[in-house]
Ligand binder design. Structure first.
Ligand SMILES: C[S@@+](CC[C@H](N)C(=O)[O-])C[C@H]1O[C@@H](n2cnc3c(N)ncnc32)[C@H](O)[C@@H]1O
Length: 294
């Protein structure tokens, strides 16, 4: 797996790892950010890395477990952060990183229907052991519910139209594949749909992924626990990839700054340089916010 960590220099700059400090990488993925932290917090500093996806976890374990005996790997969701930290007696914690959402591996190789460019089963689960899939939502959820998630999690202005189109098709057949869904969208949406900016399936796919993985609630819960876990002076850094995620981070940080639990280090979120975008197109919409625990 080739993988370029997003905003690496900036993340390291804000987390500012020093010798012997401990860090949590709540979304360790392919371990790009963690590898950089491990270089800085030698010789005794540890990283607790959490990854929810069992396939990514397995690959990571094979690749990284030998790399450092200062790395603890956990296959779980960061929604259980507090419990995980307690169970591993991991303290004190000087910094926590969240690099939200999916990896390019999910789009390119998972075969779970994250990409509207491929023809795969409509799955979209980060953890295939969970029950809810995108196909379950599309075929069996109340049409009004589908419209609601398209509007709320996709900010899709044609949510009503799309939900009616789904209603018609599912009277006749099961909607099981990503291209079947793309065809429905193509027919339902205006030809010049948001011509200049994004592919017409982007918002629908985003909405389904968020619903399947309950992402917004999980982000909120996870970051709240992270702030509690940090030592005074410890730093939290969050990379988000769309406006719904960024809004949650921004509001949570502001709320905690008001009650003097956090000092916000990024007045405005940091974005990615043109050069980084050229090397890694997924980074295009990335935004980094960081804060310090008071
Ligand atoms: C953007 S990638 C992280 C990339 C990583 N920073 C790197 O440098 O390789 C996000 C990762 O978080 C994982 N993930 C998503 N939701 C999660 C959750 N609730 N708990 C733990 N991991 C999660 C995804 O499976 C994915 O591998």
């Amino acid at each position: 797996m080739m993988h370029v960590p997003v905003l690496l220099k900036e993340v390291i700059n804000y987390l500012n790892p020093q010798a012997n400090e401990n860090f949590i990488d709540a979304t360790i993925g392919q371990g790009g950010h963690t590898a950089a932290i491990l270089k800085k917090n030698k010789p005794q500093g540890k990283v607790l890395g959490i990854e929810m996806d069992p396939d990514i976890y397995k690959e990571l374990k094979e690749k990284m477990a030998k790399m450092s005996d200062r790395l603890i790997l956990i296959n779980d969701s960061y929604v259980h952060l507090k419990k995980i930290v307690k169970r591993n007696d991991f303290k004190p914690v000087h910094g926590i990183l969240f690099d939200l959402g999916m990896c390019s591996w999910h789009l390119e190789a998972s075969k779970r229907g994250f990409s509207y460019l491929k023809d795969e089963p409509l799955d979209m689960r980060f953890n295939p052991q969970n029950n809810l899939t995108a196909a379950e939502i599309i075929n069996f959820w109340d049409i009004k519910e589908i419209e609601k998630i398209l509007r709320e999690f996709g900010e899709e202005k044609y949510a009503h139209r799309i939900s009616l189109a789904i209603k018609e098709v599912r009277k006749k057949e099961r909607i099981v594949g990503t291209q079947q869904l793309v065809d429905i969208l193509k027919k339902a949406l205006p030809k010049n749909y948001d011509k200049k900016r994004i592919h017409f399936a982007t918002r629908t796919f985003q909405a389904l992924r968020i619903a399947v993985n309950d992402e917004l609630q999980v982000i909120k819960d996870g970051i709240k626990q992270a702030i509690k876990i940090l030592e005074p002076g410890g730093r939290i850094a969050v990379i988000s990839f769309h406006s719904l995620e960024d809004r949650i981070v921004k509001n949570l940080f502001r709320e905690k700054a008001k009650i003097e639990e956090l000092n916000i280090l990024t007045k405005k979120p940091l974005t990615v340089s043109l050069e980084e975008i050229r090397n890694n197109s997924r980074s295009r919409s990335a935004k980094l916010r960081a804060a310090e625990k008071l």
